[in-house]
Design a protein around this ligand. Structure first.
Ligand SMILES: Cc1cc2ncn([C@H]3O[C@H](COP(=O)(O)O)[C@@H](O)[C@H]3O)c2cc1C
Ligand SMILES: O=C(O)c1cccnc1
Length: 336
C-alpha cells in the first residue's frame, strides 16, 4: 500500500480485517478443558483467546515479536516544554543502535527483534502553536514509514517512540480528541517542574486554538498536533491490523497515536492490548477513552516501547500455558 493522499489512509482505516471467530471459539473450547479450575489463570486466559482469534490459530505460540522504535523531532520544543534538550532525540537513536537503551535490554530479555527508524531528525515538525505540525506530504511519508516498518512475519508488535517534546504533543492530541481542559492532559514528561507543567498546559491550549480542524478528528489531530514518530506508530499499528498481528500499546505517547486511529474508526484497535499504565498523569484517562485496561502497572514512565516490551513476556506466557498445557483427558486428571 502506498499512501498518496489522506483518503488512502481513511480507506485503510475503513477496510479492516477482523478476528477469526472460528479460531477464537476453538481456543475458548480448549481453554475450558485445560488442567486448571475454570478461570484460574485470570486475564492470561482472555489474552490467549484474543491472540488465537487474531492469529486464526487455536493453539499458537509467540515466537517472533517485533519492537519498532520511531524517532522524530518537535518544533514545539522551542517553547521549553521538556526538561531535556531536543538534541537528546538523536543521541538516544545512536544509543538504541548501539544497544545501550532500556528498551534494548527489555527486547533481549523477552526475545524480541528490535528495529529503529529515525524520521527526518534534521527537519523538526513545525511548532504546532503556530499551525499544523506537518503538511500532508510530511504526514503521509511518516505514516508510510510506519506501515512499511512492520515485519510481515512478526507474530506480535510493539511500537515505541523517542522524541523530546512528545508528551506535549500527545497531550494536545488527547485534548483535541476528548476535550476537557488542557490541564487534564498534561504531565511531567521527562520531569518538568510546576511552572513547566503550567507552561505545557498553556502550549497545549494554544496548539488547539491554532489547529481547530484537529478537534474530534483523529487523522487531523495526528497531523496537526502529532509528530513524525507518532504518525509512524499509527501507520505500523494499522498495518499490523491488516496483517492480523496483535499489538501491545506502550505508554502515553503510543496510546495518543493509537487513539487517533480509534477516533477515526472505533474498531481500529481490536487487535491491540494496553501493555502497561504509565506514571504519566493522564495515561489512565486516555486508556479509558479507548476502552483498554493495562496489563502491568510498574510506575514506569519512559516510553521507547519499554512498558509494552515487558508486557510481551505476559502475552508469551499466556500462550505458553494455553498451547502447552495438558487437557484433563490427556493428563488423566478428574475434571470435577
Ligand atoms: C535520556 C532520555 C531517554 C528517553 N527515552 C524515552 N524518553 C521519553 O521522553 C520524551 C518525552 O518527554 P518530554 O515530552 O518531557 O520531552 C520522549 O522522547 C520519550 O520517549 C526519554 C527521555 C530522555 C531524556
Ligand atoms: O508514558 C510514556 O510513554 C512516557 C512518559 C513520560 C516520558 N516519556 C514517555
Amino acid at each position: 500500500m502506498q499512501f498518496a493522499s489522506l483518503d488512502d489512509i481513511c480507506a485503510a482505516l475503513r477496510d479492516l480485517t477482523d478476528v477469526d471467530q472460528k479460531a477464537m471459539a476453538a481456543a475458548r473450547a480448549r481453554d475450558a478443558v485445560l488442567t486448571k479450575p475454570p478461570g484460574a489463570l485470570g486475564r492470561l486466559e482472555e489474552i490467549a483467546i484474543w491472540y488465537c482469534g487474531w492469529r486464526g490459530d487455536a493453539r499458537p505460540e509467540v515466537t517472533a515479536p517485533q519492537i519498532i522504535v520511531f524517532a522524530g523531532n518537535h518544533g514545539v520544543t522551542a517553547r521549553g516544554v521538556s526538561a531535556f534538550p531536543a538534541d537528546v532525540t538523536e543521541q538516544m537513536v545512536l544509543n538504541f543502535q548501539a544497544g545501550g537503551a532500556a528498551v534494548n535490554q527489555l527486547a533481549r530479555t523477552v526475545g524480541a527483534r528490535m528495529d529503529v527508524h529515525a524520521l527526518a531528525l534534521d527537519v523538526p515538525t513545525a511548532d504546532f502553536t503556530e499551525g499544523p505540525a506537518m503538511n500532508d506530504a510530511e504526514f503521509l511519508q511518516a505514516v508510510q514509514t510506519g506501515w512499511d516498518a512492520v515485519d510481515t512475519q512478526a507474530d506480535l508488535l510493539v511500537t515505541g517512540e523517542m522524541g523530546i517534546g512528545n508528551t506535549t504533543s500527545a497531550a494536545a492530541i488527547a485534548h483535541a480528541l476528548y476535550g476537557g481542559q488542557s490541564t487534564d492532559w498534561v504531565g511531567r514528561g521527562t520531569g518538568v517542574d510546576e511552572s513547566g507543567l503550567a507552561l505545557k498546559a498553556a502550549v497545549v491550549a494554544e496548539g488547539l486554538a491554532a489547529n481547530p480542524q484537529a478537534e474530534g478528528d483523529g487523522l487531523e489531530a495526528l497531523r496537526c498536533l502529532g509528530g513524525r514518530e507518532l504518525a509512524a506508530m499509527a501507520g505500523a499499528i494499522l498495518r499490523a491490523r491488516h496483517l492480523r498481528i496483535p499489538v501491545i500499546l506502550d505508554g502515553f505517547i503510543c496510546t495518543a497515536a493509537a487513539a487517533c486511529l480509534h477516533a477515526a474508526n472505533p474498531r481500529a484497535l481490536g487487535h491491540a492490548m494496553a501493555g502497561h499504565k504509565s506514571a504519566e498523569g493522564a495515561h489512565q484517562a486516555l486508556l479509558e477513552r479507548i476502552g483498554k485496561a493495562p496489563l502491568l502497572d510498574l510506575g514506569m514512565r519512559l516510553g521507547e516501547g519499554s512498558g509494552a516490551a515487558l508486557a510481551i513476556s505476559v502475552v508469551k506466557a499466556a500462550l505458553a500455558c494455553h498451547s502447552g498445557m495438558a487437557t484433563f483427558a490427556e493428563a488423566g486428571v478428574s475434571d470435577g
